[in-house]
Every structure is written in structure tokens, then in C-alpha cells.
Design a protein around this ligand. Structure first.
Ligand code: AGP
Length: 609
């Protein structure tokens, strides 16, 4: 989605806006722009396309200032163009915005009736005109912003500057992410943490309906009704370098290789191998709450939905509590049968996915207990949850989710163990064994990562294919789905994940020598069946890439390519089986030269419907 940056400083700053926008490129965008107050006037530069086009303009028109705002636009209303790029202005009031204004047409008509002229097709452009309209009616700058926001229906994260008051930057949010950066004598605002990290790691998260006024003396946060809000700051332990590529060719590759550490960080401080105990202090759910739970519904989108599908297997096998899994975009419109005996588990890397957030609110309104599994501290979904399990995966910049996914499964595993202990459903010895299996996972992932050259060679053999089929069974069926999604979203090759048992019900008709089939054949209760599926494919001339923990002689002859992974509990095999899936997709996409970190048409966080 769109990215916003803004700053106010005692000293002139020339780079924050551009460098900050670059750190937000992963959000997906099609145009960009910045505005500053310079010599008492507003200076604006905008461009269609990449930020480098904006930099070229700034070479000719430098825009040093002590206050400014910037924006990367992911078009929702109006085509990608310079005219539609933000910032938008009216008589010295300049705005950048992320979100969708649902009533912008009626507001636009009202403003046109007051003589306002518009130059873009965007919904955003009504904001500076609306603010200006209230200032003309006597409101001061801050009051005018509040009045304007009260008239807006929809979602917004905005930053506003006004040439008449160059000592103030006003920012506000509703349903779109916004974070403030706190440093001495300079203050920042951005859609996401990486944009701020090179200046400060002390941040304040704005909540929906809050408005912040930034001056060089500090930050004041109020509700739209003017009530001062005391906000505590959070220290983000992500160094700026963490959000960089650290020498890898792509963020996605870096994040694939960060998974051992991401899982270590997600586990750390939460388990005791000696006592077999799991600690989830942010879960904020009592044992009595858990005893009341009759059904758990896990809701997510995309890759996070695949983690949700794995969660169903973990919870139902260990807790015998019925689990439903649903897509956020479906649940929110289903008028779901949910109430106080229900626990909703929302899974989201960004914590800002509109469909997942809407599904959460649907369940919350009907009385369900809400727990979210999320990777971003203080994100929207976490702030409306009763309890949270953070995946401490660090910033995930690549649009294709990798380390967030595997840590989501780890978080589900921890939740299941935690709940099993509280409900006395898991014997202490079993819990200790499960924790032992868990702490071995990071090193086992490293063993797989060390096979990169082998995996690259196998993958590249099939990079010309126009279609792929991914097969898995049981708890590994979601990993077949995930493998297919990874491949299609970064290499643009069509891929389909399928439960292997369904082959004879249709997909087997697809098999021919041009169709690579990736098969997850791990030694669980379905292993023999998976060997049968491999035979089926081979008998029809198909090409098989097998991902297996079986010795090569048990499977090697049957498959055209074998990727061997370590053995662990069947409940944790999905984590290990995912790694080759990610590496196959990455190798093929990198070989094809697609934009691995920012695949076409995709955004890292889908904050609109
Ligand atoms: C995953 O690779 C995709 N980028 C996408 O499916 C993503 O998982 C989905 O949009 C959900 O995002 P979230 O986890 O931030 O809610």
C-alpha cells in the first residue's frame, strides 16, 4: 500500500524524506512525491514511477528544509500519474495520505460548491481542501484538521503541513498504520518502522482516532475530540542494518536465511525445557477463559492462511478442540456463527491486512475472545486483540513472506503447548519432548540452507516450465499450497497446491513430461501413499521433485530430483518442508530475473479491500 514519511527538525534535513520513502518501497507503489516549507512557501516535487525519478528532479530543484512530508502511492482512486501522485495541496495546506476515503465524491461536490478546484482524480485531494475550508470558516490549523477528519468516512493515515505554520506537522490515523519517531529536537512520522530506524529506534504507535502535532519541542497526541492522550514509547531493537539486505542479493533471500535466528528469537524467553513449560505473557487469556473455549477459528489471508491450516492440525491433534480455518475476506461477510465460547486466532505478518482486521472486528463484536499472531509490534490487529503472540522474526521486507510464515507455525506450536498445559491435556514428559524437538529446529533449518547449491541446480532445471503442481498430505498439505504460492507470486509461473489424495479425482489428467510435480513425502503415516503418488506421476511421464526425510535409496530412484531434509516430529515437519519450497521458488525467480522483492501487482501489506 501507500507509504508516508514526515519530519520536523531544528536543523535542515535533506535526506530523510527520500531515504525514508526508499525504506518503504517494499509496500508497493507506482508514484512518489515530497513537499517541504521553504522560504515561507510550499515546494512540491512529484513523479510517476520509481523514487529515482523523484531524485532526478531534486537534483535540479534541491528542497532542503526543517519540515517536510513524502509519499509513495499505490493507486486506489485514479491511475498512476504525476497529477495523482501525493502530496496534494490547497492554498498552502499540503497532505499525504494512505487509505481510502469512502465519501470523497460527496465531499468533493460540497467543496466544489464552495469554489474549490481540483486537479487530480484522487480521493486524497479533498483532504487539504477540506482543511482549508474549515480554516476559512475560522478554525485554526489543528482544529481544521480535526474537523476535516470528522467528516471523512473510510481509512486514513495522513501527514499535513501548512506554510502559514511551518513549525507544526500534524498527523493522524484511522485503520491505516502510522508510527512516530522520537529523537531530541527532531520528530518523524512514517507508515512503518524501517523508514525511521536510521534516525531513531524510539517510536510511538498512534491508535485509531488519534491526532499528533509534532513541533521541534515535542509531540502532543489528542483524540479527535481534543482529549490529550498519554502515549508510551517503544524501543525497537531492530538496527537499521537489519532492515537492509545484509549482503544478500534480495531481501527475500536474506529473510529465508534468517529463519533459524527468527525461530530462536520467537522461542526465546518463552519455554523452559527443564519444566516443560511455555510462557506467553502477552496472551492475556486465563485458564478459565481457555476452559470455556468450545471452538477455535483461525483467520488469515495468503501465506498466513496456510499457517492457519497447519495450526488446525496442531490444535486438533493435541487439544481435541474443534478448529475452523477461514480466509479473512470470506469470514468478514459470512455473518459467522460465533460467540463468547469462541476463540478467534488472527494470523498476520503485518498486522494491517484489511480483510483480517475486518474479520477480527466481526468476531469481537459478537463476543469472541481475540488472540492475534503478528510480527509487527503495536500494529492495528494487535491493538484490538485481547492477547497477542508476537513472532519475533524482525522486519520482513520481501513481499513474499518467508520467515514470518515459519515463525507463525512456531507461534501456533507454542500456543498449543501453552494451552495443553493449562488445560492439562498434554503430559509433562510429552511437553518436554515437544520442546526438545522445537529447540532443534533452527539447526535443522541450517542443514537445509546449506544445500542451496543442490536445490538451485534442481530448481533451475524446471525454470522454463509454464505450470507446476505441488502435492502434500495431512499437516503438509498446507505446505504444498505455500510452495505453489511462493512460486507463482515471485516467478509468475502458474502453480497449484493440491492434497495428494485428490490426484485421482482430476489433477492426474494434467500429468505429462512438461509438468514438474513437487511432492512432500515425509516419513509420517501417509509416506507410503506419497510414494504411490510419485509412482503415479512417473508412470505418466511427469517430472518429480521429492522433498523427503527418507534415505535416498528409499526414494531416490523414484524421483527426478530429491531434496533431503532432517527428521523431526510430524507436527514440526511442515516447518522443515517449507524451506526447500521457498528456495525452489527463489532460485527459479532469481534465474528468471523477476523483481523478487517487489513482484508485479503485489504489495507487502494489503491494507485496503
Ligand atoms: C505471502 O507471500 C503474500 N505476500 C501474501 O499472501 C500475505 O501472506 C498476505 O497478504 C497476508 O499478509 P499478512 O500476513 O501481513 O496479513
Amino acid at each position: 500500500m501507500c507509504g508516508i514519511v514526515g519530519f520536523i527538525s531544528k536543523n535542515k534535513d535533506t535526506n530523510f524524506l527520500i531515504e525514508g520513502l526508499k525504506k518503504l518501497e517494499y509496500r508497493g507503489y507506482d508514484s512518489a512525491g515530497i513537499a517541504v516549507v521553504k522560504d515561507g512557501e510550499i515546494a512540491v516535487q512529484r513523479c510517476e514511477g520509481k523514487i529515482r525519478n523523484l531524485e532526478k528532479k531534486l537534483d535540479d530543484f534541491p528542497m532542503e528544509s526543517t519540515i517536510g512530508i513524502g509519499h509513495t502511492r499505490w493507486a486506489t482512486h485514479g491511475k498512476p500519474s504525476e497529477e495523482n501522485a501525493h502530496p496534494h495541496q490547497s492554498a498552502g495546506v499540503v497532505v499525504v495520505h494512505n487509505g481510502i476515503i469512502e465519501n470523497y465524491l460527496e465531499l468533493k461536490e460540497m467543496l466544489k460548491g464552495e469554489g474549490h478546484k481540483f486537479t487530480s482524480e484522487t480521493d486524497t485531494e479533498i483532504i487539504p481542501h477540506l482543511i482549508q475550508s474549515f480554516m476559512k470558516k475560522g478554525d485554526d490549523f489543528e482544529a481544521a484538521v480535526n474537523s476535516a477528519l470528522k467528516m471523512i468516512r473510510g481509512s486514513y493515515a495522513i501527514a499535513v503541513i501548512n506554510k502559514a505554520e511551518p513549525g507544526k506537522l500534524i498527523t493522524a490515523r484511522f485503520s491505516s498504520p502510522l508510527v512516530l519517531g522520537i529523537s531530541s529536537g527532531e520528530y518523524f512520522v512514517a507508515s512503518d518502522i524501517p523508514a525511521i530506524l536510521s534516525h531513531t529506534n524510539e517510536v510511538v504507535f498512534l491508535d485509531d482516532g488519534e491526532v499528533a502535532t509534532l513541533t521541534i519541542d515535542g509531540v502532543t497526541v489528542k483524540s479527535l475530540d481534543g482529549v490529550v492522550k498519554e502515549k508510551k514509547s517503544t524501543i525497537i531493537n531492530w538496527s537499521p542494518v537489519m532492515a537492509e539486505k545484509a549482503g544478500y542479493k534480495h531481501f527475500m533471500l536474506k529473510e529465508i536465511f534468517e529463519q533459524p535466528q527468527a525461530i530462536i528469537d520467537t522461542i526465546s524467553g518463552r519455554i523452559s525445557e527443564d519444566s516443560g513449560k511455555v510462557f506467553l505473557p502477552d496472551l492475556n487469556i486465563t485458564t478459565d477463559d481457555l476452559k470455556k473455549v468450545k471452538k477455535i477459528t483461525i483467520i488469515a489471508c495468503g501465506t498466513s492462511w496456510h499457517a492457519a491450516l497447519v495450526g488446525k492440525f496442531l490444535i486438533e491433534e493435541l487439544l481435541r478442540i474443534p478448529v475452523e480455518v477461514d480466509l479473512g475476506s470470506e469470514y468478514r461477510y459470512r455473518d459467522p456463527i460465533v460467540g463468547e465460547d469462541d476463540l478467534l486466532l488472527l494470523i498476520s505478518q503485518s498486522g494491517e491486512t484489511a480483510d483480517t482486521l475486518a474479520a477480527l472486528k466481526e468476531g469481537k463484536d459478537k463476543g469472541a475472545k481475540i488472540v492475534s499472531i503478528c510480527n509487527v509490534v503495536g500494529s492495528s490487529i494487535t491493538r484490538v486483540s485481547d492477547g497477542v503472540i508476537y513472532t519475533h522474526a524482525g522486519p520482513e521486507i520481501g513481499v513474499a513472506s518467508t520467515k514470518a510464515f515459519t515463525t507463525q507455525i512456531i507461534a501456533l506450536y507454542l500456543f498449543t503447548l501453552f494451552t495443553g498445559e493449562r488445560l492439562e491435556l498434554i503430559a509433562l514428559d510429552d511437553a518436554k519432548k515437544m520442546l526438545l524437538d522445537l529447540v532443534l529446529i533452527p539447526n535443522q533449518i541450517k542443514e537445509i540452507l546449506e544445500q542451496k547449491d543442490t536445490i538451485d541446480k534442481i530448481a533451475k532445471k524446471y525454470s522454463h516450465a509454464s505450470d507446476f503442481l505441488y502435492l502434500g498430505r495431512g499437516i503438509n498439505y498446507p505446505i504444498a499450497l505455500e510452495g505453489a504460492l511462493k512460486l507463482k507470486e515471485i516467478s509468475y509461473i502458474h502453480a497449484e497446491g493440491y492434497p495428494a489424495g485428490e490426484m485421482k479425482h482430476g489433477p492426474i489428467a494434467l500429468i505429462d513430461e512438461a509438468l514438474p510435480v513437487v511432492v512432500i513425502a515425509v516419513r509420517d503415516k501417509t509416506f507410503e501413499k506419497m510414494l504411490g503418488n510419485i509412482e503415479e506421476v512417473k508412470a505418466r511421464g511427469g517430472q518429480v521433485i521429492a522433498i523427503t526425510d527418507a534415505p535416498a535409496d528409499e526414494i531416490g530412484a523414484k524421483a527426478d530430483g530429491v531434496i533431503t531434509i532432517p527428521t523431526t516430529s510430524h507436527l514440526l515437519m511442515p516447518v522443515l518442508a517449507t524451506i526447500p519450497m521457498q528456495m525452489i521458488a527463489y532460485a527459479i525467480a532469481d534465474f528468471k530475473g523477476t523483481d523478487v522483492d517487489q513482484p508485479r501487482n503485489l504489495a507487502k501489506s494489503v491494507t485496503v479491500e
